[in-house]
Design a protein around this ligand. Structure first.
Ligand code: GUN
Length: 284
């Protein structure tokens, strides 16, 4: 039976580290600040944003929320981002995704000052990540690396398979695993022999968004299985991509959903906000 990786515990340690750094900054008169912009009334986004605000409070980070109605225009959002770019109280800006249809998310992300881009979504920061010279680590993939480290999973030289090629998870996840000297394969909806490729994985990261997508027979004995999926099962219960009960019989270690990767994303965001504050004050 697999060891279950406790994402809540690891996230608490990361947040405590960020809080310590924030307290040291406060002694020098610098308070890190995060602005979160949310448009419309997507219930999942509402929960994420509330959790981010709560984490800020716990970490000693000042936060501002801009909850804007569904009909907010691109121009209004661009003006808000521009204002936040120049607001000295704000170290990090996050525009909660997804945005309502009709808004150009990519253009908004590009309007954020790269030094305040705590999601690491701006093309400048994506490029820096490609070069291995990043300032901000992409939150969810960085959280996955922390989880692997916490479970003493060696990445160097190992076969790492990432299922999913999104800009938020799949692609940056592959980059970080490669930076850690993993041998990385990215699988997606057009991949042939997916199950066979997964069976060769020492580290299997699933970011598909489909409940039960990774079945027990796709897991190599002893593998580290990281589930980035956030889905609802037929009873409306939160679940990941991995058929947990099957996979935990074969895996060496595995993350649960909830309580695995989810809490890590927010913890890494806190770390990035502290880093952003330091960067803007010339302290790193
Ligand atoms: N929506 C779901 N996850 C994220 C995230 O990490 N950042 C932003 N901005 N939106 C999200």
């Amino acid at each position: 039976m697999a060891v279950i990786i406790d994402g809540k515990a690891v996230a608490a340690r990361v947040k405590a580290r960020a809080a310590k750094e924030a307290a040291a900054l406060a002694e020098r008169g610098v308070t890190p600040g995060l602005a979160v912009v949310i448009v419309g009334s997507d219930p999942a986004s509402r929960i994420y944003v509330n959790n981010k605000k709560k984490a800020c409070q716990e970490t000693g980070i000042y936060s501002e929320e801009y909850a804007l109605p569904e009909g907010t225009s691109q121009g209004e959002l661009l003006s808000l981002v521009e204002r936040l770019n120049h607001d000295p109280k704000i170290s990090g800006i996050l525009v909660q995704s997804p945005l309502p249809g009709g808004l150009d998310e990519a253009a908004l992300v590009e309007a954020i000052d790269p030094k305040k881009d705590v999601d690491a979504f701006h093309p400048y920061n994506v490029g820096k990540l490609m070069q291995g010279r990043q300032i901000f680590l992409p939150c969810t993939p960085a959280g996955v690396i922390e989880l692997l480290n916490s479970a003493n999973v060696e990445i160097a030289g190992k076969n790492c398979v990432v299922i999913g090629r999104s800009d938020i998870v799949g692609k940056p996840m592959a980059m970080l695993l490669m930076q850690n000297n993993g041998t990385v394969t990215i699988c997606h909806s057009k991949t042939q022999n997916l199950a066979e490729i997964c069976r060769g994985a020492d580290i299997l990261v699933s970011a598909v968004g489909k409940a039960g997508f990774v079945t027990g027979d796709m897991v190599k004995p002893g593998a580290a299985v990281i589930d980035v999926g956030m889905n609802r099962d037929e009873n409306g219960k939160l679940c990941g991509d991995v058929a947990f009960k099957e996979a935990e019989k074969t895996a060496g270690c595995i993350t649960p959903v909830p309580g695995g990767v989810g809490p890590m994303t927010i913890a890494m965001l806190m770390q990035n906000t502290v880093t952003a504050a330091k960067l803007q004050k010339g302290l790193c």
